[in-house]
Design a protein around this ligand. Structure first.
Ligand SMILES: [Cu+2]
Length: 178
């Protein structure tokens, strides 16, 4: 667990002050890590996140590993699936990958128990179903399948101006597969 914290703090420091809003150092200062990492493959066998339905505890990490061709992950609101929720919403940037998986991964910290909705902002990937959730409330109408349905008519994906809200770091386990 300690090494993960060090990794995140070191990465936040390496990113410097370029991030205009919330930095991962801010998150690290107030979230106690559980040591649990949820690995998500991005773009395996098509336009999808695998798994796309994640249940995580506060302090868990969710780590996105990118496969061909060129995807991203952005946080959305449930109501508007293919645009950033707000100016603080996480955005991984794009990961052009020709084969295998990306050398870098994008990690986010689960900071609370509220549902998190996300999508790929490349072209029409979002409207084609490249969306996912963390901690959806299965007893609410706001399910992942409903979110995916909303995305169908949401138009092109919108990126953030900056990579933010998480850490883009070298793959911590490059030989472990995904
Ligand atoms: Cu994509």
């Amino acid at each position: 667990m300690f090494s993960k914290i060090v990794t995140i703090l070191a990465t936040a420091a390496a990113l410097g002050s370029a991030a205009p809003t919330k930095t991962t150092a801010d998150i690290a200062s107030r979230t106690e890590f559980t040591g649990v990492t949820h690995t998500v493959a991005v773009g395996r066998a098509g336009l999808n996140f695998e798994p796309n339905n994640i249940f995580a505890k506060v302090g868990d990490l969710v780590e996105f590993h990118y496969l061909p061709a060129n995807h991203s992950v952005v946080q959305a609101s449930f109501e508007k699936p293919c645009v950033p929720q707000d100016e603080d919403s996480f955005f991984s940037g794009f990961f052009p990958v020709s084969q295998g998986q990306s050398d870098e991964v994008f990690q986010i910290v689960v900071e609370d128990t509220k549902p998190i909705w996300f999508y790929c902002s490349q072209g029409d990937h979002c409207s084609k179903g490249m969306v996912g959730s963390i901690n959806q409330n299965v007893n609410s109408p706001k399910t992942l399948s409903a979110f995916r349905e909303l995305a169908t008519n949401a138009g092109p994906g919108v990126s953030q101006p900056y990579i933010q809200g998480g850490c883009r770091i070298p793959n911590p386990q490059p030989n472990a597969g995904i």
